[in-house]
Design a protein around this ligand. Structure first.
Ligand code: G6P
Ligand code: ZN
Length: 555
């Protein structure tokens, strides 16, 4: 298909109204609508969801939207469809990343600095990409954060009653060159996806100190996993901070992420972990996911769990210019370990426990009640945007390392010596038949009231519930967010079903055990957690329900 230049378009074009019928199952999950790519590619599927979204937010006449994605298969096609529909629905302007590329945190930043009415991000995050893999579409509101449940519920309701959508019959818009083009009455503004984001990072962190660190011989590897952070990391880490060329690897975004899962954890970024545990390890390593909001942190010989990373970043944030005056509070998702709670307690600041999903942090951040947030699912971020931000976490670590001039392992040891260590692990059982996974959770729900006082694998239950959240800012409630079982020795088991899977159900079992300041902090987590793992099995009958001997993935 040939792309036209701006002068080829007449200013008004005929809007085509296409009759359609509702498609079942267009219900956004933890992070937008996520389905197999081929599902999204069915005629009318993307169009139905896009029109429902526009309708549910009160129309987009005269509005400005930010649009981009992580470059996965179908990103380029979907962007053209959405732009035509936005124009047909009367949008004033769409700000789109060059080549259709925007990382999730960069999109969040753009929505904020351009005072846009919202944004659409095309990504299935850390899920694999390709025609036979996954695709996704997320909507973020004017604060730059994921739409709250009230909005996603309204979109879903609209998908069930939709009768028509509006589009234009126009050729594709060229997204390869920067600048403005007209699409009907709408302006398409193609921007550099990296520039504004890099400028923001430069304002938050002490780039001079980090440059000095690299100049002193500090070595690093950043793995972009063939996903969206490649261009961002090259520009910031290699060009602006002076890390050696080649520090950023797998830096060119691929539609299929090189055939792997762009998920920065010890399973899918095994090469990086192996490097860091071997004799040739650099001082520091990190990786990011498909759309650039997740991160993994490693030092020489050590993997830092996301829960510990949140605690360390919160305890040391004042070493970076943006947080020099201190942080107002910390929030973590419920299954995230309670390591950060001890930091909040020591700092005398607010601590919030929210349901899984970044969207629950939005109100707390907007209200200034918290500055730093994090989740066990490899997300950390702050009030600089309204999404988790992989590169932000890496740069805050670098800023801390540049000031403290200690190794990652030494920083962790010092942290545990001061606060104690929350040994932590997550066991995932993937693609379990939905009815069996639901049966496991339903059985536990039925048992909750009687659990306190009972013993499992040598641990006695102190309290148990199905987590419910009351948002202290807008008063909304979210119930049935996961089974929490607290034991008398301070250990905890959490069980919940994933909200991001595209096949059957994924059971997540989160295991935590606290070792105080006077206890050993150098045990292997699976060893330290053995009694908690045994208690979880005895309590939830995981083997019987899933038919599996062991988890598919342990992180
Ligand atoms: C996405 C969201 C995160 C959330 C995670 C949980 O990545 O952006 O905020 O923590 O999903 O996924 P799960 O599969 O456990 O529901
Ligand atoms: Zn992501």
């Amino acid at each position: 298909m040939t792309a036209l230049s701006d002068t080829d378009f007449p200013v008004t074009l005929d809007i085509r109204t296409v009759p359609t019928r509702p498609v079942e199952g267009q219900k956004p999950g933890t992070s937008g609508l996520r389905k197999k790519t081929r599902v999204f590619m069915q005629p009318g599927y993307l169009e139905n969801f896009t029109q429902s979204l526009f309708d549910a937010i009160g129309g987009i006449g005269g509005k400005t939207l930010v649009l981009g994605g992580d470059g996965r298969f179908f990103n380029d096609r979907a962007i053209q469809v959405i732009m035509r529909m936005a124009a047909a629905n009367g949008a004033a302007r769409v700000i789109v990343g060059q080549g259709g590329i925007l990382s999730t945190p960069a999109a969040s930043n753009l929505i904020r600095i351009r005072h846009a009415d919202g944004g659409i991000i095309l990504s299935a995050s850390h899920n694999p990409g390709g025609e036979d893999e996954d695709f996704g579409m997320k909507f973020n509101g004017p604060n730059g954060g994921p739409a709250p449940e009230s909005v996603t519920d309204a979109i879903f309701a609209r998908t069930a009653e939709i009768t028509e959508y509006r589009t234009l019959d126009t050729p594709d818009i060229d997204l390869s060159a920067l600048g403005e083009r007209q699409l009907g009455g709408m302006t398409v503004e193609v921007i550099d996806p990296v520039a504004d984001y890099a400028a923001l990072m430069e304002r938050l962190f002490d780039f001079g100190a980090i440059r000095d660190l690299f100049a002193s011989g500090f070595s690093m590897r950043f793995d972009s996993m063939h996903a969206v952070t490649g261009p961002y990391a090259r520009e910031i880490i290699e060009r602006r901070l002076g890390a050696a060329p080649g520090t950023v690897v797998n830096a060119v975004p691929q539609p299929d992420f090189g055939g792997g899962h762009p998920d920065p954890n010890p399973v899918w970024a095994k090469d990086l972990v192996d490097l860091m545990m071997g004799p040739d390890a650099p001082d520091f390593a990190a990786a990011s996911d498909g759309d650039g909001d997740r991160n993994m942190i490693l030092g020489r010989g050590i993997y830092v769990t996301p829960s510990d990373s949140l605690a360390v970043l919160a305890a040391n944030a004042h070493l970076a210019p943006a947080y020099a005056k201190g942080i107002s509070g910390i929030a973590r998702s419920m299954p995230t370990s309670r390591a950060a709670d001890r930091v909040a307690e020591a700092l005398g600041i607010e601590m919030h426990e929210t349901p899984t999903g970044w969207k629950f942090f939005g109100n707390l951040l907007d209200a200034g009640r918290v500055t730093i947030c994090g989740e066990e699912s490899a997300g950390t971020g702050s009030d600089h945007v309204r999404e988790k931000d992989g590169l932000w976490a890496v740069l805050l670590w670098l800023n801390i390392l540049a000031v403290r001039r200690q190794s990652v392992a030494d920083i962790m040891a010092a942290h545990w010596a001061e606060y104690g260590r929350n040994y932590y692990s997550r066991h995932d059982y993937e693609a379990v038949a939905s009815d069996r996974a639901n049966a496991l959770v339903d059985r536990l729900r039925g048992m909750l009231a009687a659990l306190p006082g009972q013993g499992f694998g040598g641990l006695r239950v102190q309290a148990a519930d199905d987590f419910a959240y009351l948002d202290p800012v807008d008063g909304s409630t979210s119930a049935r967010q996961g089974i929490r079982v607290m034991f008398e020795d301070g250990s905890r088991v959490v069980l919940r079903l994933s909200g991001t899977g595209t096949e059957g159900a994924t059971l997540r079992v989160y295991l935590e055990r606290y070792a105080g300041t006077d206890q050993p902090h150098d045990l292997d987590p699976e060893t330290a957690l053995a009694p908690v793992i045994a208690a979880a099995e005895e309590l939830a009958l995981i083997r019987e329900h899933t038919g599996r001997d062991r988890p598919d993935v342990t992180t």
